[in-house]
Write a protein that binds this ligand. Structure first.
Ligand code: B12
Length: 259
């Protein structure tokens, strides 16, 4: 980390601590479930600073204050990831900075992930999803978030990880008799490999029973249509809605054509 960034980081750390102290000083003066904008800004900043301890502390603070984990993620930490990406694109941040930000995001998720998953424990099984990031691509944060929210909403998710070839998606979908395959891509170069996944699933003869959804920052609805996927979702919450719609389509098709 550059000296300038380290210095900025130290000042911000004091600011975050003082926000936390205020929260304690005010005690119950803040209603449970309320989180001031300054805390969301501090979450965002902890990602830009690549500060895992601060990110983890703020995530814990959100949990103990009764904040919906998804709000902490979407209104705080993910905003930081997007800002980080913009600064990287403008040449104001470099690869090590981006890696530090990813580390901070992981620290926050380590606290928030179990909280999100708790929501799904008492739900009936909604469907089986095989999830992964395409070949050549190692971005995983968004995909993990999608998997967590699907799990929280009753889906059984098998995450194949990153840099996954089409054949591997197809083999796992066959083995688990998956309902849905979800393919993530964060690079304009690797989103092409989403098409290879569609082709591998077709080649394995699984297309009639397996729905395919795609996502990731450069992916669009139009791209999904172009490669023959069944749907696209822009974020993790929309991915849950999409997965539910795809399950409904599967059920309707099964009723229309009984075996
Ligand atoms: C963190 C990060 C990294 C980390 C990844 C760490 C990790 N463990 O994941 C590291 C440092 C490793 C990295 C490496 C690189 N990165 Co990078 N990275 C990012 C960054 C800053 C954030 C990505 C992220 O986590 N976002 C937060 C999550 C929550 O959002 P998300 O991923 O978009 O996911 C959401 C939706 O897209 C959707 N979604 C995602 N997946 C799926 C799947 C399905 C099925 C569905 C339905 C929905 C869905 O839901 C998610 C949750 O809401 C982005 C910038 C950006 N704005 O995206 C650049 C970015 C993606 N990286 C970029 C680049 C160039 C690279 C490198 C090539 C850099 C280099 N020179 O080496 C390498 C590539 C390595 C590789 N082969 O994959 C560029 C890509 C440019 C392009 N157009 O192709 C970006 C856009 C930065 C930029 N502005 O230039 N990167």
């Amino acid at each position: 980390m550059s000296a300038r960034r380290e210095w900025k980081c130290a000042i911000r750390h004091c600011f975050v601590i003082s926000i936390t102290d205020w929260r304690h000083a005010l005690g119950s003066a803040w209603p449970r479930g309320f989180m001031p904008d300054a805390t969301f800004s501090a979450m965002r900043q902890s990602i830009i600073d690549g500060a895992p301890d601060t990110a983890s502390g703020l995530a814990q603070q959100a949990v103990s204050s009764g904040i919906a984990p998804i709000d902490a993620i979407n209104q705080g930490f993910v905003v930081g990831m997007h800002d980080m990406g913009d600064q990287f694109a403008r040449g104001q941040m470099y690869l090590p900075d981006m890696m530090a930000s990813a580390e901070a995001m992981r620290a926050a998720m380590a606290v928030l992930d179990p909280e999100l998953k708790k929501l799904g424990t008492e739900r009936p099984m909604a469907g089986v999803v095989v999830l992964g990031t395409t070949k050549g691509d190692i971005h995983e944060i968004g995909k993990i978030l999608v998997g967590t929210l699907l799990t929280a909403h009753g889906f059984r998710v098998h995450d194949l990880g990153v840099d996954v070839a089409g054949k591997k998606f197809a083999a796992k979908a066959q083995e688990l008799q998956a309902d849905i395959v979800g393919v993530s891509a964060l690079l304009t170069t690797t989103m092409r490999n989403q098409k290879s996944v569609v082709e591998a699933i077709e080649k394995a003869g699984l297309r009639p029973q397996v729905k395919i959804m795609v996502g990731g920052a450069p992916v669009t609805r139009r791209w999904a249509e172009e490669i023959g996927a069944d749907g696209y979702a822009k974020d993790a919450m929309s991915a849950v809605d999409l997965a539910r719609q795809l399950m409904e389509q599967k059920t309707r098709a099964a009723v229309a054509e009984p075996v």
